[in-house]
Design a protein around this ligand. Structure first.
Ligand code: UT7
Length: 326
């Protein structure tokens, strides 16, 4: 069976670093609280000239270069994001143009932070069915743009970055083995942005009410996240006749170190096989798994033939897991 093999990964994080000490000057918080409750020490924030597609293009260029490809080699682009450049056209559309690709199809996938897994799943399906030979999958966010910098519950967590993976049709063992996707909008009020859509179109009133900022019930979301994370990661392994012992590296969405640790414990996964870089990047939404994948690959943490388990959750709520052979 045809598999979508990852032949190049790339990542980009804006230059500007915002430390916990910087946040102490903006809201009533402390470095100790942020680190103990989330595992975050610093995060990156895009400068005013950078939109989500700009971050995405930089990550994509690195992924293409590492794959030994040029933009014309790509047949389709999928971008997972919650912070599109505009309501329309799609961010993927801008990426297609800025990269200098042919007039190929491009689409955004909206699934909050789980758009990492969703975009990888969409891209790999096009490859597995034989529709496209090479698909560029990207997770990119400028969450700083929907952050209320006076709300200490969210501003200490959210951050900006982009990551990319080039998928290519391959008949070997390597590639995306499977991906499971879930959603349940009974919990939508745990994390959402109320303004700017058709429910509450942008107006002076919505802006005054701060409805263009992400709203989060962090503690409730925390509990849901731990449960869903563990469940979906265990389920995909079980369906493939695999166990935690078979997994060489678990790359979870980097939302909160305590969530990652609790989910790993639930799953029975020792932390030395769990990839963590939230300390340096914070929660970069749909980008986090791609950024982590790039770092794991470029630092030699991933070796050819490794079995990799990915799992994410986010607003909606949405959650999902993917299995791949590196
Ligand atoms: O990608 C998916 C998106 N989001 C998430 O996954 C987030 C999931 N949730 C979390 O990461 C955690 O719930 C938080 C890090 C947001 C908060 O940690 P927590 O342990 O759940 O804290 P809490 O919300 O229960 O708040 C505990 C206390 C409260 O004070 P009182 O009521 O006990 O006096 C908060 O007001 O901590 C207070 N607090 C803060 N204190 C200092 C909340 N935020 C802060 C802060 N600095 N930044």
């Amino acid at each position: 069976m045809m598999r979508a093999r990852i032949i190049g990964v790339g990542a980009y994080a804006p230059k500007r670093i915002v430390t916990n000490a910087d946040l102490e000057k903006m809201v009533d918080t402390s470095d100790a609280w942020i680190f103990q409750r989330s595992g975050i020490r610093e995060r990156r924030v895009a400068d005013e000239s950078e939109a989500t597609s700009d971050l995405a293009v930089k990550a994509a260029q690195q992924a293409l270069e590492r794959a030994g490809l040029v933009p014309d080699d790509i047949d389709f682009i999928v971008v997972g994001t919650t912070t599109a450049d505009m309501q329309f056209p799609s961010t993927a559309n801008f990426v297609q143009h800025k990269l200098g690709c042919r007039r190929i199809g491009s689409v955004d996938v909206w699934a909050a932070c789980t758009a990492s897994i969703y975009s990888l799943a969409v891209g790999s399906q096009f490859v597995q069915t034989g529709k496209y030979r090479r698909v560029l999958c990207i997770g990119a966010e400028t969450l700083s743009r929907i952050t209320d910098w006076t709300d200490r519950g969210t501003c200490v967590l959210l951050a900006d970055a982009a990551g990319a993976a080039v998928l290519e049709a391959s008949e070997g063992e390597s590639g995306v083995i499977d991906a499971d996707l879930y959603s349940d909008a009974r919990h939508w009020e745990l994390l959402y942005m109320p303004g700017g859509g058709s429910r509450n179109p942008a107006s002076h009133e919505t802006v005054t009410a701060g409805m263009h900022y992400a709203k989060m019930k962090g503690n409730e979301l925390f509990k849901v996240a731990v449960r869903m994370f563990g469940e979906c990661a265990g389920a995909i392994l079980e369906r493939h006749g695999l166990g935690v012992r078979d997994v060489d590296l678990f790359i979870p969405h980097q939302a909160n170190l305590r969530i990652i640790e609790a989910a790993a414990k639930r799953l029975g996964m020792p932390m030395d096989r769990v990839f963590v870089n939230i300390d340096r990047y914070g929660n970069t939404g749909a980008a986090s798994i791609y950024v982590a994948l790039e770092e794991a690959a470029s630092t030699g943490r991933l070796k050819r033939g490794d079995l990799v388990l990915l799992a994410a959750f986010g607003g909606g709520v949405t959650w999902g897991a993917a299995l791949l052979r590196w």
